[in-house]
Design a protein around this ligand. Structure first.
Ligand SMILES: [Zn+2]
Length: 257
């Protein structure tokens, strides 16, 4: 296995776009009306071209005051300086928050030797929406002004293993990643395909830029993953963040991987 989930845990989020930690043992969703329950799950991929993080998450600290993503990496035997590539599907704060942190008013990169990949148009669009509860302005600007970044202009083959494809749907220039490591293949659909259950329970989400487009894309990507044997990576799924997909009798079946 060359892909590992780096879960930051479970949160509720409502209209305010604040992510509040949720402990299933002590908390109840009923006490948080109008909230969605979501997992935040970045991924680590080990490739010949280096170590890759996909969407570094919120950048939350755990009870011991450590960044959860760094703790997760250390449990796998890695640290922040080992990461070479950070892929960003889109720039919402729950996806990019963990790329940097504020230390006494100064922004620092979480992965100091990594190059960050994002779509140029996604950045322009995000900046045009400020101020917005969906974005962290200081992190957006830190990313834009950082030297160690690769600004993508449309669909691109990033290296031997990875290609990106603009999907739209969730945000105007949201991108998905196809990762082919030879003997293992992974698809990251970001917030166009954030949970496996969304392949089974079809719906258009209000939080999407274009909910109908997103819903149609999920089906299209799910079918391609089934046909070409890609494992899907689900950023917001509380169960089975990595699953293979089968498509039989016009229905999807998820197989935990
Ligand atoms: Zn999003």
């Amino acid at each position: 296995m060359k892909c590992f989930p780096l879960s930051e845990g479970t949160y509720t989020v409502d209209q305010s776009k604040n992510f509040i930690p949720f402990n299933s043992a002590t908390d109840s969703v009923k006490d948080r009306p109008g909230s969605l329950l979501v997992e935040i799950c970045p991924f680590l991929i080990i490739s010949e071209e280096g170590l890759i993080i996909i969407d570094p998450g919120l950048g939350m600290k755990n009870e011991d005051g450590e960044f959860q993503i760094i703790k997760n990496l250390s449990q796998l035997g890695y640290n922040s300086t080992d990461i070479n590539i950070v892929l960003l599907s889109h720039l919402h704060k729950d996806h990019i928050g963990g790329f940097a942190y504020d230390e006494n008013g100064e922004m620092k990169p979480m992965f100091p030797y990594a190059e960050y990949f994002y779509q140029e148009e996604e950045m322009n669009e995000a900046l045009s929406k400020l101020p917005s509860k969906s974005f962290d302005e200081s992190k957006l600007l830190f990313l834009k002004n950082r030297e160690e970044k690769i600004v993508l202009k449309g669909n691109t083959q990033l290296n031997k293993n990875i290609s990106c494809e603009i999907s739209g749907g969730h945000t105007k220039y949201h991108q998905v990643f196809w990762i082919d490591l030879g003997n293992e293949k992974y698809f990251y659909g970001g917030d166009v395909l954030p949970q496996g259950s969304q392949l089974i329970r079809k719906f258009a989400a209000k939080y999407d830029y274009n909910g109908k487009e997103s819903a149609a894309l999920r089906m299209q990507y799910g079918k391609k993953c089934a046909e070409e044997n890609y494992a899907c990576l689900f950023f917001h799924s509380s169960v089975n963040p990595i699953s293979k997909v089968k498509y039989e009798d016009e229905r999807f079946v998820l197989i935990p991987y």
